[in-house]
Write a protein that binds this ligand. Structure first.
Ligand code: FUL
Length: 508
């Protein structure tokens, strides 16, 4: 009984916090506790009140981010270094981080992450924690700092900057002992205090030690607290509280992608132990299934958390540069397909572009990035639905065209479905649908269908389940004048921020 009371108190506190706040400000909570006795209706109430934290919202809006995998592996041809590499092999001849960042930016990428340390333990910055770093390399006579060059290029180009620091370290002597956690804290402190603003910290879960290898218990929570203190606006990704791995390295996300997912480790105690800066532990539960957050999942949950998907993939077969893969750079069309299946499936794309031995992005990668961006820009520059005459249920239908993410079309109070009918100025050919929810009001849409009218009959164009921040669907070309979107199911109504119809463009 006591417990139930406590839980209810938490529920009320969170709901109370939500009401009375301007909806745009996203002042809700990114987690909620479910009480054992909660009914499905109460759980749905709670689910729609879960919204992204400001740092999660900023990150989601980036849509496109990049990885630069660079280090001793670039020079040995390996994917996982063994940690015994001679630092003298690290010797890029023309390193130009500005070239990397400019090429990424020209592709529409809004934030980049440098592998400050990969599993081999070699540090791309002159750390005080180990001699296994750029300091011991011939590059710039040991006076260089790759992390600094990337951070400065990002500042100059005004894009976000992030660091990948591998927990698994095959070089550090202290790895496998409690001292490693202190060593890691020191490395993290250097990275978070020397280079200005850090927007994303990426912790990898990989460990190839095997059953007889070294065992290290990582003090993740201490690291999260440190990041929250030193860089409160940074998202902590993958082995962290803010951003979830989508579960594949193919670039293809789930058709049904909920950002609000069940978590097992949310409790009064864990909330109380949190930093003032928001959740500072990694949510646990099924983060790998085909559907993480539908009704039948959340009704069994102990807690719910906003934990959105990041979809990582490399532009080449490997994460590091290998000359033999110069002819296997993903084509602009393949990257376009990945875009539809990552950004277009309520995820953020994290595209790896590995610099080569010169310390430059290879010409093939740069060209395909540029052409990919041309396709995306051309496709989405003209919303073919924008001039349509609208009739709809609910209110605010026009707002789906105002290009603002914080205004939306919503149904009448109490209604969970809706219809938006469009009369286009003339018969129009399209093959792409774009939908966006106003996620500061939660993720709510569960099922929708797009239809067109032909000879007085409504016919299906395409359909889907979740929308979230952004949903893109491609289908064979349709020519029609009358089109309608029906929201067939939602959690306590919906807030649709954008609707678009497009015709996908080809390269000239
Ligand atoms: C994996 C690592 O093992 C790969 O080398 C790469 O860094 C990728 C992004 O994550 O877990």
């Amino acid at each position: 009984m006591m417990k139930k009371k406590l839980w209810l108190a938490a529920g009320i506190a969170i709901t109370g916090f939500l009401t009375g706040n301007a909806q745009q400000k996203n002042t809700g909570s990114n987690y909620v506790l479910i009480a054992p006795g909660d009914t499905e209706a109460e759980i749905i109430d709670k689910a729609v009140a879960v919204t992204p934290s400001p740092r999660q919202l900023r990150w989601q809006r980036l849509e496109l981010t990049a990885f630069f995998h660079f280090g001793v592996n670039t020079f040995t041809g390996r994917e996982w270094g063994h940690g015994k590499e001679d630092p003298r092999i690290f010797n890029p001849t023309q390193l130009d981080a500005h070239q990397w960042v400019k090429a990424a930016k020209a592709a529409g990428i809004k934030q980049v992450i440098i592998t400050a340390k990969h599993h081999d333990g070699f540090c791309l910055w002159p750390t005080a924690t180990t001699a296994h770093s750029v300091k011991s390399s011939p590059w710039k006579n040991g006076a260089g700092d790759v992390v600094k060059e990337v951070a400065e290029a990002c500042k100059k180009e005004k894009i976000g900057f992030g660091v990948y620091l591998s927990p698994w370290d095959r070089n550090a002597k202290v790895y496998g002992s409690p001292a490693y956690n202190d060593f890691f804290v020191e490395q993290l402190t250097e990275l978070l205090t020397r280079y200005g603003k850090v927007d994303e910290v990426w912790f990898d879960g990989a460990n190839g030690e095997g059953p007889s290898g070294k065992k290290q218990v990582y003090d993740f929570e201490r690291w999260y607290q440190l990041i929250r203190k030193l860089q409160p606006e940074a998202v902590i990704a993958i082995m962290g509280p803010d951003v979830r791995w989508v579960g594949t390295e193919t670039g293809y996300g789930r058709d049904t992608e909920w950002s609000v997912v069940p978590t097992n480790n949310l409790s009064q105690e864990s909330i109380a132990a949190n930093s003032q800066q928001g959740l500072a532990f990694k949510p646990t539960g099924d983060m790998m299934g085909d559907d993480l957050g539908s009704r039948d999942k959340i009704v069994k949950a102990k807690g719910l958390v906003w934990y959105p998907a990041e979809t990582d993939v490399s532009i080449r077969p490997g994460w590091f540069y290998h000359e033999k893969e110069d002819s296997q750079v993903k084509t602009p069309q393949k990257l376009e397909d990945i875009y539809y299946h990552s950004v277009g499936k309520n995820g953020v794309l994290l595209l790896n572009i590995p610099p080569d031995k010169r310390g430059l992005l290879h010409e093939n990668d740069v060209k395909n990035l540029r052409d990919w961006n041309t396709i995306i820009q051309k496709t989405f520059s003209n919303n073919l639905a924008a001039e349509a005459k609208l009739s709809s249920s609910g209110k605010g239908a026009k707002k789906v065209f105002d290009k603002k993410e914080h205004t939306s079309w919503c149904p009448a109070p109490g209604d969970t479905t809706g219809t938006l009918e469009l009369m286009l100025p003339q018969s129009t050919t399209f093959n792409v649908l774009l939908l966006q929810e106003q996620i500061t009001r939660g993720q709510r849409i569960e099922r929708f269908v797009l239809e067109y009218e032909e000879n007085g009959d409504w016919k299906k164009v395409t359909e889907g389940t979740t929308v979230g921040y952004k949903r893109l669907l491609r289908f064979p070309e349709i020519s029609a004048r009358k089109v309608r979107l029906r929201i067939l199911s939602s959690r306590k109504g919906f807030f649709l921020a954008s609707f678009g119809l497009y015709k996908s463009a080809a390269l000239p």
